[in-house]
Design a binder for this molecule. Structure first.
Ligand SMILES: NC(=O)c1ccc[n+]([C@@H]2O[C@H](COP(=O)([O-])OP(=O)(O)OC[C@H]3O[C@@H](n4cnc5c(N)ncnc54)[C@H](OP(=O)(O)O)[C@@H]3O)[C@@H](O)[C@H]2O)c1
Length: 241
């Protein structure tokens, strides 16, 4: 299958690219960081993966749609790219940073999804979300609220797609020791709100609440395969693995 993974060169997105590439899928990976994309492309190709890389900033609502429309055939879109957003009391953080998180996490995700739906004949769209979009995450509200919006968007669009063979699913990959949560655990900050997040993240990890990255990527691969299409509109979590 031809699979596009936004933010597929780094961290959790890279783990997704590795497992999907190893399974023989044809990959298209995007991000903003050209160097990271080039390195990921070279390393995946050395393992025999059929991969192309493209710079596409999700903050530009036209960049990823233009790429998707140009691809012609796409079977699966993994909307993985996201920002963690500002940390602190909602009324104190930079308002532009707060809204930029929505531009990337909600508008960028929706724009890519819409372009994929317009061009795909069949397949699936997987919107990577977070438990923070189901439960509250005070002091990280742009992230939490934007992910909640993506979960609700997914529920609605799945109904709109009922007569077409395209599934749309939310996937919470669990807390993993890379990317946002990996950096969260390592954070040593003078900012009390960031320090609070770091202490919480480490306590979650140390109490065994993290999901191994391979397990998280393994479940994503099963969703990519179509195993969960009957749950279109729903939210899948590591518990479904
Ligand atoms: N790590 C966790 O424990 C965890 C838990 C729950 C959910 N998640 C979700 O998993 C996904 C990946 O998270 P992560 O932890 O790997 O985060 P991360 O380390 O911050 O990586 C974010 C990825 O998104 C890309 N990205 C960010 N802004 C972008 C933009 N404007 N345009 C295009 N790409 C952009 C980045 O690539 P560039 O820098 O090249 O743009 C990078 O590949 C996210 O949707 C996140 O919400 C992660």
């Amino acid at each position: 299958m031809r699979v596009l993974i936004t933010g597929g060169a780094k961290e959790l997105g890279r783990a997704f690219s590795e497992v999907l590439g190893a399974q023989g899928h044809q990959l298209v990976i995007t991000g903003r960081d050209e160097k990271a994309l080039d390195a990921a492309g070279t390393e995946l190709k050395a393992k025999g993966v059929d991969v192309e890389t493209h710079v596409a900033d999700l903050a530009d609502p036209h960049a990823t749609p233009k790429l998707i429309e140009g691809l012609g055939n796409l079977d699966v879109l993994v909307n993985n790219g996201a920002l963690g957003g500002p940390v602190g009391p909602t009324w104190q953080v930079d308002e532009d940073d707060w809204w930029r998180t929505f531009e990337v996490n909600l508008r960028g995700t929706a724009a890519a999804m819409n372009a994929a739906i317009r061009t795909m004949t069949s397949g699936r769209i997987i919107n990577v979300v977070s438990n923070a979009g189901v439960h509250r995450w005070p002091y990280v509200t742009a992230y939490s609220v934007s992910k909640a919006a993506v979960i609700k968007l997914t529920e609605n669009v799945a109904i709109e797609l009922k007569r077409r063979p395209i599934a749309v699913l939310s996937y919470d990959p669990g807390m993993v020791d890379v990317g946002l949560m990996g950096r969260g655990c390592a954070l040593d900050s003078g900012n009390p709100h960031e320090q609070r997040i770091a202490t919480w993240a480490r306590s979650q990890r140390d109490n065994g609440r993290f999901t191994p990255v391979e397990q998280s990527a393994g479940l994503l691969a099963r969703i990519v395969s179509g195993e969960f299409d009957h749950r279109s509109g729903g939210l899948l979590t590591p518990a479904d693995g």
